[in-house]
Design a protein around this ligand. Structure first.
Ligand SMILES: Cc1cc2nc3c(=O)[nH]c(=O)nc-3n(C[C@H](O)[C@H](O)[C@H](O)COP(=O)(O)OP(=O)(O)OC[C@H]3O[C@@H](n4cnc5c(N)ncnc54)[C@H](O)[C@@H]3O)c2cc1C
Length: 445
């Protein structure tokens, strides 16, 4: 029997979820029950796995367990970029090797197709999910050089892009600090909490039950079944899928292989109409930094009013938790990044600040396999879980159902994460790498 060593803790509010009307809580698992399939973790990967299982096995009973409320975990607290083209966060300019990039593009586009089908199937709004593209914004000469290298890479992959000059960047963002942008059209933007909620509501049925606030505290194989215990109940199922991202390690798998990183967000209060006018620019846009360790910025207008969302800083936290003080400290960096970009919004303060987990691997690959007989895992999304989680969740359901396909071969080509050096070396190495990268990002941060 595996006792789960650590349960997820999400620092700060899930700001995107706070913008929406509260939903009634789903039930907490409080009985001993059986199912044909058990999915543990209800983020992008878990909800996609459950959705695909329901499509493939319409008469089977599927149970989904999550430790927290839907959209309160990382799937509801990210920046919402579902990116189709290569976006390797560990590289200096997002590019990787071409063969791997083609494979990744096929997987990302399949994720986007699956998410857009969900939009159509459950009539989600454009606010929840829309194909709008994204801009890589550059502020410094170094950022411009990153964009140039990335543009060359996109050209080699025959992927479209457009360059935007400083004036064009100001027309879009209202900010005068961006000297150049690189627009790529295929990115889909999510209001992550709204999309996640819509997806959970869409897939639920009399045969597919989601339990919230029901953390799995032990997992054991007994005969032909996997039994997952929660504080008040248990589920017994012949086949179980783990979609818990970095918490795979808490289930005893891949110790010393997963790189646990937190990144942080801040969201302004709603801007007044005068502030919206002073800011200028378009009412919605989405900008990733030219330097992967720079600042992601989004301008929103929709439920919750007009707001700006900032994401930056990354900290290596193998303990899988960070303090509220850390979130506050990083908040100072967010304020600096915000006021540098938007000096015209002097009196605007952040209403929400939060942190969230990423799970990376040294070689930027995920865990996608049958970790034990009839226990499957689709985890370690390398900071790109909107797309990677969606597609690996769908494909793990197909894999566990004995299906074969070319796309599944693409996913199975990930060879598994490399082992990390011993703990102190890994900690010091990762911390130095992140700090140095952030230092070099300069004003891009
Ligand atoms: C601030 C921020 C910005 C980001 N921006 C982007 C972005 O723009 N684009 C992008 O692609 N990615 C982004 N990410 C990363 C993205 O959020 C993750 O990669 C994604 O959420 C991973 O999806 P997942 O379904 O694999 O895992 P998760 O979303 O982490 O879901 C796993 C679920 O498992 C549950 N769980 C864990 N342990 C247990 C247990 N014992 N019992 C029951 N349930 C358990 C957790 O509660 C959680 O809900 C960002 C992350 C952060 C924090």
């Amino acid at each position: 029997m595996v006792q789960i060593s650590q349960l997820p803790v999400d620092p700060g509010p899930a700001a995107w979820n706070e913008l929406l009307e509260p939903e009634p809580a789903r039930p907490v698992l409080a009985t001993s029950t059986t199912a044909d399939w058990l999915v543990i973790g209800a983020g992008f990967a878990g909800l996609s796995a459950a959705r695909r299982l329901a499509e493939l096995h319409p008469t089977d009973r599927i149970t989904v367990l999550d430790a927290c409320r839907i959209a309160d975990g990382p799937s509801g607290r990210n920046s919402g970029f579902m990116i189709d083209v290569p976006h390797d966060l560990s590289s200096h300019d997002y590019g990787g090797n071409a063969e791997n990039d083609y494979r990744q593009i096929r997987l990302n586009r399949a994720a986007i197709d699956y998410a857009m089908q969900a939009k159509e199937q459950w009539q989600m709004s454009d606010e929840a999910i829309v194909k709008s593209g994204k801009i890589n914004g550059a502020i410094t000469a170094r950022g411009v050089a990153h964009n140039k290298a990335y543009a060359t890479h996109l050209q080699q992959l025959h992927e479209p892009y457009e360059r935007i000059d400083a004036q064009g960047m100001q027309q879009v963002t209202g900010a005068s600090c961006y000297v150049e942008g690189l627009y790529s059209p295929g990115t889909v933007m999510l209001q992550p909490a709204l999309y996640t909620r819509n997806l959970a509501n869409g897939i639920e049925s009399s045969r597919l039950q989601i339990y919230e606030s029901s953390p799995v505290i032990s997992l054991q194989q007994q005969g032909a079944a996997w039994i997952a215990k929660t504080p008040q109940g248990s589920v017994s199922a012949p086949k179980t899928i783990l979609t818990v991202n970095g918490h795979l390690e808490s289930f005893g798998y891949y110790p010393q292989h997963l790189v646990h990183v937190f990144t942080y967000g801040s969201m302004t209060r709603s801007l007044s109409s005068k502030e919206v006018k002073t800011l200028g620019g378009e009412s919605q846009w989405a900008l990733t930094p030219a330097d992967p360790l720079g600042t992601t910025v989004r301008r929103l207008s929709g439920t919750g009013g007009h707001r700006i969302v900032i994401r930056n800083r990354a900290t290596y936290d193998p303990s899988l938790s960070v303090s509220d003080e850390r979130v506050d400290q990083v908040g100072h960096d967010h304020d600096r990044s915000f006021h540098y970009r938007f000096p015209m919004l002097k009196g605007v303060v952040m209403e929400h600040r939060w942190g969230g987990r990423l799970c990376l691997s040294r070689n930027s690959v995920s865990v996608f396999e049958e970790v034990e007989t009839n226990l499957f895992a689709a985890c370690c999304q390398n900071g790109l879980g909107t797309a990677k989680g969606t597609i690996s969740g769908k494909l793990i359901a197909e894999y566990a159902s004995g299906q074969q396909s070319a796309l599944l071969d693409d996913q199975l080509a990930d060879t598994g994460p490399f082992k990390l050096p011993p703990a102190p070396v890994a900690s010091i190495g990762a911390a130095i790498r992140l700090k140095w990268g952030e230092f070099r990002a300069g004003k891009e941060l």
